[in-house]
Design a protein around this ligand. Structure first.
Ligand code: ZN
Length: 276
């Protein structure tokens, strides 16, 4: 595949010229570095798909995507997927769209459930060896909709000492959060479960006949915050946010950090806490 140069030239036929302007304006020191980063995204639904599109348009080096759902008509109140894609696996549909938008991005797609034994082992392997030039990926982004998948990502990241960001939207679509988790330095998912998740009573969301609400606005906002925090973390500009909470009804934002819990139930979390 012919790789396009990430040129600084301001030309209408340069897809990166408006991004490279961030460098000329002194916001980002080395924007081209984005081509070297690999991000692994778990969950390519209402938040994850939009996040992947944003990172693709920003010129991320490589995306590894995990999901085991199919595109359904019930997803059309959200962004990204189209009715023509109904029936395709979300990762396969997303891969096609993303490569059309930016063929420079390397994309790996797995139609796999990470909470299954084989799925989890494959996830660990890709986390350790999935980067563009081999070796560990730079960041894991969680855009899943259930507690079990979050706990799975949490234990994988504690085990491998892998930095990740968690995200979630409440069942009524009126609140959301993003959270940066650095094993041993900030609270892991098992140290302190975000309030939004507790309020959701998440284990019941997937109950038969119970239908969670969703809005493209809240999901788009959450994907935007997660992508923004990812760019800041990877490219080293501004302040990376530890925990950002969003309440849509009041337009209220909380921004704070949670320290690790010395009584966390995850033994690898306690091990990382002692290392730091
Ligand atoms: Zn913990």
């Amino acid at each position: 595949m012919q790789e396009r140069q990430m040129s600084e030239e301001v030309r209408n036929d340069n897809p990166y010229s408006r991004l490279m302007a961030l460098k000329r304006m002194g916001i980002v020191q080395n924007y081209q570095q984005i081509k070297e980063f690999t991000v692994l995204v778990v969950g390519v639904g209402g938040v994850g798909s939009v996040l992947c599109e944003m990172l693709t348009r920003c010129g991320i080096g490589k995306l590894i995507m995990y999901d085991y759902d199919k595109v359904e008509l019930a997803n059309m109140n959200r962004l990204f997927f189209t009715p023509q894609q109904v029936g395709l696996s979300k990762v396969e549909a997303a891969k096609q769209t993303l490569l059309n938008i930016n063929p420079d991005v390397v994309i790996e797609a797995y139609n796999e459930n990470i909470t299954s034994g084989t799925g989890f082992n494959q996830l660990l392997e890709r986390m350790q060896n999935g980067a563009l030039k081999g070796g560990p990926v730079d960041l894991i982004l969680s855009c899943v909709d259930n507690y079990a998948a979050r706990m799975t990502i949490n234990s994988a990241c504690n085990e491998l000492d892998q930095v990740w960001m968690e995200s979630g939207v409440s069942e009524d679509a009126m609140s959301a959060h993003i959270q940066l988790i650095i094993p041993g330095e900030t609270a892991c998912f098992a140290c302190a479960v975000p309030i939004a998740v507790v309020e959701n009573n998440e284990q019941q969301i997937k109950r038969e006949g119970v239908c969670a609400a969703s809005l493209p606005t809240t999901m788009g906002i959450t994907a935007g915050f997660l992508a923004q925090n990812t760019l800041k973390y990877l490219l080293g500009f501004g302040q990376t946010t530890f925990l950002l909470g969003y309440n849509a009804l009041a337009d209220f934002f909380q921004n704070y950090a949670i320290m690790p819990n010395s009584e966390c139930k995850d033994p690898n979390c306690l091990k990382r806490q002692k290392q730091d």
